[in-house]
Design a binder for this molecule. Structure first.
Ligand SMILES: *Cc1c(COP(=O)(O)O)cnc(C)c1O
Length: 637
């Protein structure tokens, strides 16, 4: 299901700080990178660490549009989040996985990288149990000295894994340590890998070693897949690349001037008095700090862009604020936009900012904007935005309380009218699922026959026959009858009650006027006891034999005898649960003619079929139609 979000224009963004992700630039970068891939080479889009801080979901979707064959993540959690958002593309987990993650790997259809025999065997056992063949990529270490099987043991390990019956080696790979700055070592790593890879090349689908920087200027003949990260985000990994490929920055981190002030000559600005002004100076306060990912090491070094001018950071970066020298800019005022990172000025490019403190572009990107909402821009327009906290939720992480809050807020966001949203939440969701602590159950194949027999002056004798399937929750159930709505009400909230009848007020509430003739579950006759109180007749139907059917789908059959006044001329049937397939038949004596019925069905299928025969009328949905609570039929005669 696609979310319907409010349309926001670029000039309508009202945030303290925000991140713009330019998906058109991302697509442009991928197109440029593809020019450097040899024929028939596929690419894996690396979306680990929330796509280097750009948002894994939106980047994954865009990369898939641009032809990515596989997605690369660091761990099971990141992959599960993509699956939660309905991404069905193959996903490779690049970091080592733990034993406890195997179930999630299998249930989410993920591909782990393998470099550990114990793990591989355990994975094989689980796969065998589940009756599946689990794909893996084997990771080899060719000189980076991080994870992976050392290359001199490569073939042995390969052959051992090959023997595991429920494991399929879909790929083999290695990783460069210095593709951006050491061509010789890169080549050496490739040759080591290629020597082994050539021995198994016929058997595996994917052979890969190159990250994004490696594919510029190098050919890895034996490989057919490239793992594309940093460069696709429009960040150059070295100055030499600038005239070899045209990349456009994808992320721009922005904020606004929150305050403007003046420091007098020889005063210091900010914490620890690291910066003194040598003349009276204007400075602007931007409401972001290292807690927003603007690195502390940019203290006294950082540069931002205001109204097209580059302005230096004054003094220490605070947790939530930075001070900016604005003496060089004319007409600065509170609310003016500030570009902190990215954008088109050279100074604020990620690679240049991180160079100011000898940092890493990768790190700076991944730490930016913990408090900033992301806006996704394509063709100059915002087409999506994502919540402030980087981690979207996976519901199993959450308590009921938290989920309720989210559901309530989500409904309110969707439905413009606050009042209507509250009704939906309180009267529908809370009523059925929360306050009553109901098990979410439903009845299927619900058949209900109501037969009126004309053998009394003032009343019809009524025979009610119900049958349905439902998960059996208890070894008993209640059938209740009251002669006013208020007294019957409490039985609507009791989850052990399977049937309720409203006896007309003119009829005395008495066992002779309402009785359960028989009750069966899966063919077992139940004992029925009448518990009386002055408000209702409560019949308890039970049997120890039901023990063995508990928590399984069971077939219920209930027969009831009661009475209905002749002077009423109308009978209402309420459906108070969720049903899958409903058939309601009303059988009447010859003394009744001209019968009519009005079904009120809620749910997707609102028009049941009405069939009229001699002496009976039937209202029935299709067998698989869902009918929601608060449905019913009114028969009039
Ligand atoms: C992160 C990562 C990449 C991507 O590297 P870039 O330099 O960002 O292109 C490729 N392969 C592996 C194993 C990685 O962990």
């Amino acid at each position: 299901m696609t979310k319907k979000k409010k349309l926001i224009r670029l000039n309508e963004i009202n945030e303290r700080s925000w991140v713009e992700i330019n998906l058109s630039n991302f697509s442009h970068n991928l197109k440029e990178l593809k020019k450097h891939m040899q024929n028939k080479q596929f690419f894996m889009q690396i979306v680990k660490a929330d796509a280097y801080g750009h948002g894994a979901l939106q980047i994954a979707n865009q990369a898939i549009k641009e032809g990515a064959t596989i997605l690369g993540v660091a761990n099971v959690e990141e992959a599960s989040l993509l699956r939660f958002h309905n991404i069905e593309h193959p996903i490779l987990i690049l970091s080592p996985s733990f034993d406890f993650e195997i179930e999630a790997i299998i249930s989410n259809k993920l591909t782990p990288s393998i470099a550990n025999l114990h793990f591989a065997k355990l994975l094989n056992e689980h796969a065998k149990e589940m009756g599946i063949i689990q794909s893996v990529h084997i990771k080899y270490d060719t000189g980076m000295n991080r994870n992976g099987i050392r290359i001199e043991n490569a073939l042995d390990f390969y052959q051992t894994i090959e023997m595991l019956e429920n494991i399929k080696i879909e790929g083999i790979f290695s990783h460069f340590s210095s593709s951006e700055d050491d061509k010789d070592f890169t080549q050496k790593q490739y040759l080591l890998f290629a020597e082994f890879a050539s021995k198994v090349a016929q058997k595996v689908r994917y052979i890969h070693i190159a990250n994004s920087s490696a594919i510029i200027d190098n050919q890895f003949e034996l490989c057919n897949l490239n793992r594309i990260g940093l460069l696709s985000y429009g960040v150059y990994s070295s100055a030499q690349l600038k005239n070899k490929i045209d990349l456009k920055p994808v992320m721009t981190f922005k904020s606004k001037i929150a305050h403007i002030s003046t420091a007098h000559k020889n005063e210091s600005v900010g914490y620890n008095r690291t910066h003194f002004v040598d003349k009276d100076s204007h400075f602007a306060i931007i409401p972001i700090g290292y807690a927003d990912g603007y690195d502390y090491l940019l203290s006294d070094k950082g540069l931002v862009e205001i109204n097209g001018s580059v302005c230096p950071v004054l003094g220490k970066i605070s947790m939530d604020m930075i001070a900016i020298d604005i003496n060089q800019v004319d007409n600065v005022k509170v609310d003016d936009e500030v570009i902190l990172l990215g954008g088109n000025t050279t100074s604020t490019k990620v690679e240049n900012l991180s160079a100011l403190f000898n940092g890493s572009s990768y790190e700076l990107l991944t730490q930016i904007g913990k408090r900033a909402k992301r806006y996704y821009i394509e063709d100059g327009k915002i087409n999506d935005y994502a919540p402030i906290l980087r981690r979207d939720f996976i519901p199993r992480d959450f308590s009921d309380d938290k989920l309720n809050l989210i559901i309530h807020q989500a409904i309110q966001e969707r439905i413009n009218k606050q009042e209507l949203a509250s009704v939906i939440y309180h009267d529908v969701l809370r009523y059925f699922f929360i306050e009553n602590d109901r098990d979410v159950s439903y009845r299927s194949d619900f058949t209900y026959n109501i037969k009126f027999i004309d053998n009394h002056i003032n009343y019809y004798k009524v025979e009610l026959n119900l049958s349905f399937d439902k998960i059996l929750q208890n070894t008993y159930f209640i059938v209740a009858c009251a002669n006013n709505q208020a007294n019957l009400e409490s039985y609507f909230r009791r989850k052990d009650t399977e049937y309720r009848w409203l006896l007309d007020e003119s009829i005395e509430l008495d066992e002779s006027k309402f009785s359960v003739s028989s009750a069966k579950v899966n063919g077992v006759f139940l004992d029925c006891f009448v518990a009386h109180n002055n408000k209702a007749i409560e019949v308890k139907c039970e049997s120890d034999k039901l023990e063995s059917f508990l928590n399984k789908l069971a077939h219920f059959e209930i027969k009831i005898s009661t009475y209905y006044p002749k002077n009423k001329h109308q009978l209402s049937v309420y459906l108070s649960e969720i049903y899958k397939g409903v058939s309601i038949q009303f059988t009447y004596p010859e003394s009744i003619s001209n019968i009519d019925c009005v079904p009120i069905f809620s749910g997707r299928h609102r028009y049941p079929k009405i069939t009229q025969n001699k002496g009976s009328i039937t209202v029935a949905s299709e067998k698989n139609d869902w009918i929601f609570p608060n449905s019913g039929v009114v028969f009039s005669y």
